[in-house]
Design a protein around this ligand. Structure first.
Ligand SMILES: [Zn+2]
Length: 482
């Protein structure tokens, strides 16, 4: 831990102000990010949210904080976000499993792996803990029992609802008032709730339900919101520093999480709530429901490496909408290439970053990232460094490599050209396609590892596997190169 990490200011959605970060424990920061619901591929709009979490993670570590980063995997539960509470709909994981003729666990494992591969391609650092909802059912039941005991929840025929009217602070994050919720709420078919604004903590399992667990109220399964309360409290404790998520999670997901966690404990749990804005395409939110979805794997087909998208994401503040356009991607790709040229063309000589003029550039970079993750300003400093006449080639290189600990653009990597696949890769790819057709996942995974060791990345899409020479140098897991 650094002696005195620089002061960081963040825009807290709860207070609607940009405030100094005051960690519960000096020098240490606990972060919880709502992770992916693993029944389909993540798209680059989802990944923009995880990139923002990664920039927070990297910024705090760069500034000398010790970070404990928790990002969950939502592999069960009612997850629809368009209704306040959508008990009638099927579970998304079960639905996807039924369509694919697989088990829910197979679906969850497949899309978890795909999500984490996409994150790795965008240089999103792994979280310290990635809890799965299905591994925390006991904690969710215990939390639900506490809320019942405290008079904040009630049971109707094996289903437990949170009683929103019993928690006076309900609405403090989103600014929603219960009266407005009533006015705006459409008439629900489910009439067993005392109040339309109440939401399910635990749901009685229907006859055909596959993912269900025994509970004091009979077989059932958790609501989506209780999952994040249970996992964040378990892995970060009863008071932690930062909770992040996409802006669409603010209500009802995070509002309900506050009602659950604070209702159970009787005190505030999260210090700072951060929400990232949408990625848009043609000015519409990128979402599966609107059909305008692009995956990381699609970027290659558009002529771009994944990290060009990371450069694009850095060019907009996390609290601003960002429009994904061909022009913006081309500008991002050339910006990335420009920074890489400044690193590649320079000799690797020892440079003292604490001496002038490097210290001044570094202070400006730190000032930018510490002020509510001001990545556009930080990226501008990096581009200024790339062409600064006052700096030698070696100084430019040293500064950019230092900034890259936050930017995460792999500035040391050569910009990828239309490189050919190495000898033997085509044969392995054919064998892997055959293994996948035969549903021989073990062989398929082994071949993917073999290809990775040759420097070939393979990804699986609904249209089959796609491959590309890796941006990383070929190497084995132990660090030796072939
Ligand atoms: Zn969550």
């Amino acid at each position: 831990m650094a002696e005195n990490p620089p002061q960081v200011r963040l825009h807290n959605s709860l207070t609607r102000r940009t405030e100094p970060l005051v960690p519960t424990e000096p020098g240490r920061v606990g972060i919880y990010t709502c992770g992916s619901t693993v029944y389909k591929y993540a798209h680059i709009g989802n990944l923009r949210t995880y990139l923002f979490g990664d920039l927070l993670h990297r910024t705090l570590e760069y500034l000398g904080y010790e970070v404990r980063y928790v990002k969950n995997i939502t592999d069960v539960g009612h997850m629809r976000n368009d209704d306040h509470d959508s008990i009638g709909g099927p579970d998304k994981v079960e639905e996807a499993a039924a369509l694919a003729g697989r088990t829910p666990a197979e679906i969850a494992d497949f899309y978890t792996a795909a999500w984490l591969e996409d994150e790795a391609l965008l240089n999103i650092l792994p979280a310290d803990v990635m809890p799965r909802a299905t591994d925390h059912i006991d904690e969710m039941i215990a939390l639900t029992e506490t809320l019942l005991r405290k008079g904040l929840a009630y049971e109707v025929d094996g289903t437990i609802y949170y009683d929103v009217s019993a928690f006076p602070d309900y609405g403090k994050l989103s600014g929603q008032r219960i009266e407005e919720l009533h006015a705006g709420h459409r008439v629900e078919v489910e009439s067993d709730k005392h109040d339309p604004a109440d939401f399910a903590l635990w749901k009685r399992a229907g006859e055909h339900r596959l993912m269900k667990w025994p509970s004091p109220w009979g077989d059932g399964f958790p609501g989506w919101h209780i999952e994040c309360s249970a996992m964040s409290l378990k892995h970060l404790g009863e008071r932690f520093d930062i909770h992040t998520g996409g802006i669409d999670l603010k209500f009802p997901h995070h509002e309900d999480e506050i009602a659950q966690s604070e209702g159970a404990l009787g005190h505030p749990v999260v210090g700072t709530w951060l929400h990232g804005e949408f990625l848009t395409m043609a000015d519409a939110k990128m979402a599966k429901s609107t059909g305008n979805v692009i995956r990381v794997a699609d970027l290659a087909g558009l002529g771009h490496e994944p990290l060009a998208f990371r450069h694009l994401a850095l060019s907009a503040h996390y609290r601003s909408k960002l429009d994904f356009t061909a022009d913006a991607m081309h500008a991002a790709a050339s910006g990335l290439a420009r920074l890489r040229r400044a690193v590649a063309s320079a000799p690797d000589e020892p440079v003292d970053l604490a001496s002038e003029p490097m210290a001044s550039y570094r202070a400006r970079f730190i000032g930018a990232i510490a002020e509510d993750l001001g990545m556009p300003a930080a990226l501008a400093v990096a581009h200024e460094v790339a062409s600064a006449n006052a700096l030698s080639d070696a100084q430019r290189r040293a500064l950019l490599r230092d900034f890259d600990r936050v930017l995460g653009l792999s500035l040391d990597a050569p910009s990828p050209g239309p490189a050919a696949l190495p000898d033997g890769a085509t044969k392995l790819l054919e064998r892997r396609a055959a293994a996948r057709a035969a549903r021989d996942w073990a062989t398929s995974d082994a071949l993917r590892d073999e290809l990775a060791a040759m420097g070939v990345e393979v990804r699986d899409t609904p249209e089959g596997q796609v491959s590309a020479p890796s941006n990383r140098p070929p190497g084995r897991a132990d660090g030796t190169t072939t």
